[in-house]
Each structure stands twice: as C-alpha cells, then as structure tokens.
Ligand binder design. Structure first.
Ligand code: PCA
Length: 215
C-alpha cells in the first residue's frame, strides 16, 4: 500500500516577506522511507487554511499529517503538545480577519492533544544535535487554528492517522537586523522535519521522557 505523509507550511504573514515553514517543507524529498511526501502550502488565513487542509486529507488519506509554522523568537524546533478550540488574533490574518475569542468548532471539544510521538521526536532531534523542545501552547492565531482543525478532522473521520504541529524558529536571513532574536538555518530545519517524519512513522507509542515546564 502507498502510505502518504501530508506536510504543510504557511505563506508569509505580518511584516515578514518569507515564511520559513514553507521554505523548509518545499525542500523535503518526495519519499522518506516507505512514505510518499505530499507537500501543501496553506494561506495564513483562518478557515480558508482548514478548507484546503481538509480537502487534502480527503484526497490523499495520509497516515501522517504534520503542519509546520514559524514562531518568531523561539530558539528550538518546538513540538506542540496541545491545540485549543479558540481563535484570538493579535494581528489580522492575510485576508484581514481578526477573530477574538471565537470557537474554532462550536461543537468540538475544548482541546486536542497531538497524536505524534512528541517526546520520542524531541529525543531523536537532540540525539542528532538539533535544539528541540515540547511546547504547551501553539498560540491563538492561525497555527493553533490549523492544529485544532487537523486533529478535529482526523477525529471526525475516525482516522487512525497521526497528526500534529511543529513550530520552527526564524531563518538567519530574517534576523540580520534583529540579531538579538534566535534563528536556525534552513538546512537544519529541513533535517529536523525529515527526522520528525521518520520518528512519527516508526514509533507507535510515545516514549516516557520528562519534557515539562514549571512556567
Ligand atoms: N505562524 C503563525 C501562522 C502562520 C505561521 O507560520 C502562527 O504561529 O500562528
């Protein structure tokens, strides 16, 4: 059987001219191990992003769905643990929408946990000398919206696919004049995404590893 992994990145938003998530996703190979890699660019737009994602899930029936977004200011590859049923925009999305305290799905649960083996992924990334961590919030903008929507869709489809979200840092070229901000090279981010896909494919049960935070 042809197993597929659907990997998404976003278009640029706010003041940024590029979005490293799509830069990295578009550089992935077309196959990793026995998986066919399907790459999809999502608009940084509430709702529209989810319509595209849902259509791609219907079309490809992937066994892994991984969405990738940039989190400017973060210093490591961060594996999101949880998505909440809430939109609260600090800036307008790329269509000008700024929902405030709106539910993503009025009938959906308050939150979903990632079904990717996030601890196993963090372990493997660090083993490969790539800074990585578990994050307990994907924010309340379009990335959280997409993570919630993707897990909600898999649940509604009764799908056994694993799904989740990863935030990546800025690229070095985005912080040349803001050098107090952390960044990570495109090469390392692409390597990290390959490792995330490999571990997600191989590991059916997550490992036990302390990755919590007090604050
Ligand atoms: N990051 C934004 C949306 C698109 C992206 O790459 C976020 O963290 O919500």
């Amino acid at each position: 059987m042809n197993r597929k992994a659907l990997i998404t990145g976003f278009d640029p938003f706010g003041h940024d001219k590029i979005n490293p998530s799509w830069e990295a996703v578009s550089q992935l190979p077309d196959r990793i191990d026995d998986l066919q890699i399907v790459k999809l660019k999502l608009p940084t737009v509430f709702r529209d992003s989810l319509v595209l994602l849902e259509n791609a899930i219907d079309k490809h029936n992937p066994s892994i769905v991984l969405s990738v977004g940039v989190a400017g200011g973060r210093s490591s590859i961060s594996l999101e643990r949880i998505a909440m049923n809430l939109d609260d925009a600090r800036i307008p999305d790329n269509s000008g929408k700024s929902p405030i305290d709106e539910k993503i799905d009025p009938n959906g649960p308050d939150a979903y946990f990632s079904s990717l083996p996030i601890k196993g992924i963090v372990f493997e990334l660090k083993k490969n000398l790539i800074p990585a961590s578990v994050s307990n919030t994907a924010g309340t903008f379009v990335c959280n919206h997409v993570m919630y929507g993707l897990l909600n869709t898999l649940k509604k489809n009764n799908s056994s696919a694993k799904g989740g979200f990863v935030h990546i840092p800025y690229l070095p070229c985005q912080v040349t004049d803001r050098s107090q901000l952390p960044s990570m090279s495109l090469e390392i981010v692409v390597d990290a995404l390959k490792i995330i896909i490999e571990v997600s494919s191989k590991l059916d049960r997550d490992i036990v590893l302390s990755a919590g935070k007090i604050h």
